[in-house]
Design a protein around this ligand. Structure first.
Ligand SMILES: [Zn+2]
Ligand SMILES: [Zn+2]
Length: 176
């Protein structure tokens, strides 16, 4: 919540707001999110306009998540742009007209829905620990990023085993 009383209602008046707020719960998506209670750094400018208060700025926060390829931990940061017009609630407007309108209640504006939307939009649906994460070994599940030269013996698929035998027999033939 941001108090806009100091800003006043004279169109054109502006205030810079820089503060750190604890992250609300469920900020992000399941596989990548801002840990609840961790700091969200806000750098905002509030500007009084005719119909309300225009908020623009950025929010920065730490991210925690899991790589979809190797299931390794992701430790990252996010910075999102925020822009929202909060309309004065005592103006003669029809609240059903547009459900998406943000309203200023008692000169307080609620940043959380705007922050939530911006963060969710900015997050990748398939987060990776690194852009070219090689994922897991299909045979043993080892993380290939930690062991790139990882190899296994010949596959044990019976069709391959039969082929191997055949090759060995041919080799025996040429030796005779
Ligand atoms: Zn990974
Ligand atoms: Zn393996």
């Amino acid at each position: 919540m941001l108090d806009t009383r100091e800003l006043g209602r004279r169109p054109g008046s502006q205030r810079e707001v820089s503060r750190s707020v604890p992250a609300p719960a469920d900020l992000g998506i399941e596989v990548l999110h801002v840990p609840e209670g961790s700091p969200v750094d806000l750098d905002l400018r509030t500007e009084a306009v005719m119909e309300g208060v225009l908020v623009t700025g950025t929010a920065r926060a730490g991210l925690e998540g899991e790589c979809v390829r190797c299931l390794g931990a992701i430790d990252d940061e996010i910075e999102v742009d925020l822009q929202e017009l909060y309309v004065y609630d005592d103006l003669d407007t029809d609240p059903d007209e547009d459900d998406e309108t943000s309203v200023l209640h008692d000169d307080l504006l609620d940043l959380e829905p705007v922050l939530r939307d911006a963060v969710v939009l900015a997050l990748p649906f398939q987060p990776l620990c690194q852009p070219d994460c090689p994922g897991l070994c299909v045979e043993c599940g080892a993380r290939l990023a930690e062991d790139p030269d990882h190899r296994h013996e010949e596959p044990v698929d019976p069709r391959w085993a039969a082929l191997t035998q055949l090759t060995e027999m041919q080799q025996d033939d040429t030796r005779q």
